[in-house]
Design a protein around this ligand. Structure first.
Ligand code: 0GY
Length: 308
């Protein structure tokens, strides 16, 4: 089937730069997607956008170019609850990709077990209104409880302004919870603004909550331009991500978010995104946790050294 991209849709950046920052061995890109290709894996009827194609081969070429060892492929809303493209990416990765699925209440236990065998280790609940229609909370709670017995976690995506209303629901989830993109702070409110303070409090009060400190390109108001050569790209996001990394070093993950859905103003060079990492994780110890130890513990626990 042929698909026309949403008008104004920016394609992913071809020819990304080679990062100056050398990733540690076994680093994991813990948030990225595949889109189609639409001719092979059609986009869902209920989608809110139609992306460009972004195949598993292109994702894995980027992985190798940037110096990552592994990926976590997160189901994108343009595929709804049809997980075939994500599952295909996982099963053809030679064990180097895990997945996060979107499922409905109607999913069978056999389907969940088969997804587990393919590499799925979590489901995503999306509360961003421009991306999805509302799913009843009782359905989500039922799913969370069923996947809990498989040892899976729940990835949640929401806007900072919605956290107060979602707090009790998140608190009721029995799983490990992974928040996408720091709960999308409005960085113009400042590091000590009430919404980001609430997010920090949320992580403090819930030891089962982790955060991806990803997507500076999505959160930045200033954008990719360095200021007088003094500050880096996306400098206004650095203090937010660094605060989360330094406060919760054992519960943070990082990902490129390739192929960067729904960016209208600019498309980031993924090499520059990798160069952002040392600013938010200023020591080698923090970077080891963020890029290797934490994602390996969550997604490849079987490869973890035995603790004594
Ligand atoms: C992201 C962010 C977005 C989109 C999706 O599944 C998706 O469609 O996650 C967004 O538009 O903010 O994490 O890729």
């Amino acid at each position: 089937m042929a698909f026309d991209k949403t008008p104004g849709w920016l394609d992913w950046y071809s020819g990304p730069s080679k990062p100056q920052f050398k990733l540690p061995p076994n680093a994991v890109d813990a948030h990225c997607h595949v889109f189609g290709p639409g001719a092979e894996f059609p986009f869902a009827a209920e989608r809110k956008y139609t992306p460009c194609d972004a195949s598993k081969a292109q994702l894995y070429a980027l992985r190798d170019h940037l110096g990552f060892a592994r990926n976590v492929v997160v189901q994108a809303t343009c595929h709804g609850a049809d997980n075939r493209a994500m599952l295909d990416a996982c099963t053809s990765s030679g064990g180097r990709a895990r997945g996060v699925a979107t499922v409905k209440r109607s999913v069978s236990d056999a389907e969940l077990r088969s997804m587990h065998a393919a590499g799925v280790r979590g489901v995503r609940f999306n509360f961003v209104k421009r991306l999805v229609d509302f799913t009843p909370k009782d359905e989500l709670l039922e799913i969370a409880s069923r996947i809990h017995s498989l040892g899976w976690h729940v990835v949640i995506y929401f806007e900072a302004v919605d956290l107060p209303e979602l707090w009790d629901f998140f608190s009721a989830l029995p799983n490990t919870i992974v928040v996408d993109h720091m709960g999308r702070p409005d960085v113009s409110q400042g590091l000590n603004g009430p919404e980001f303070e609430l997010f920090v409090q949320f992580m403090r009060q819930h030891p089962n909550v982790w955060s991806k400190v990803s997507c500076p390109e999505r959160l930045s108001v200033r954008g990719p331009k360095a200021l007088n050569g003094q500050q880096s790209a996306y400098a206004d996001v650095v203090p937010f991500a660094r605060r989360i990394v330094q406060t919760f070093p054992d519960r943070v993950l990082w990902g490129t978010d390739w192929p960067h859905p729904n960016l209208k103003d600019h498309m980031p060079d993924d090499g520059l995104l990798v160069d952002f990492i040392p600013q938010i994780a200023p020591t080698a110890g923090l970077r080891q946790k963020l890029l290797v130890d934490n994602p390996m513990r969550l997604y490849w626990p079987e490869l973890q050294p035995e603790s004594t």
